[in-house]
Ligand binder design. Structure first.
Ligand SMILES: [Ca+2]
Ligand SMILES: [Ca+2]
Length: 166
């Protein structure tokens, strides 16, 4: 649960009948699971490896046999993905992988994956400092390792003056 993911990863692809198709059926063999970090994942065919949702169709074969990059799964993302891997942003044209919800990083670009009214997330965890953050990458919590690093991350400067540190 580190805020190290560097880039925004919301996608704004073809809008349309995606949702409906998700309901109709999963690609054969696609099974949901919960990763070790308690996030939604994709169960590899070995029935043991649970990879994070965002590892599916990312161009890297994460499952031993590469079923996370299967052509039928990835041919028309996100429509071709099983619905449990996909979450929608406040802007219905944008989507994220379901494990990017409430991960502290602003993946949607408008924080709708991290903040109400679109998403209900638990409060900042122990590794996080709550503040109105300035930088686009975070919403209302920043990782505590950014406290007292001589760089402003919160619009009220509380990360440099009030936060006790990592
Ligand atoms: Ca992959
Ligand atoms: Ca996020």
């Amino acid at each position: 649960m580190q805020g190290t993911r560097a880039e925004l990863s919301a996608h704004s692809p073809s809008r349309g009948a995606g949702n409906r198709r998700h309901e109709q059926g999963l690609p054969p063999g696609a099974q949901a699971c919960i990763t070790l970090t308690n996030r939604t994942g994709f169960l590899c065919h070995d029935q043991r490896s649970c990879i994070p949702a965002s590892g599916v169709c990312d161009g890297v074969r994460t499952c031993t046999h590469g079923e996370d990059e299967d052509e039928s799964l990835c041919r028309d993302v996100p429509q071709s993905l099983p619905h449990f891997l996909v979450a929608h942003c406040g802007d219905p044209a944008s989507w994220i992988y379901s494990d990017q919800k409430c991960d502290g990083t602003n993946n949607c670009g408008d924080c709708s994956d991290e903040l109400s009214p679109v998403t209900v997330c638990p409060p900042c965890g122990p590794g996080w400092w709550r503040c109105p953050s300035t930088f686009f990458k975070y919403c209302d919590c920043i990782p505590r390792h950014l406290c007292r690093d001589h760089v402003q991350h919160c619009s009220d400067w509380s990360d440099e003056y009030a936060c006790p540190g990592p």
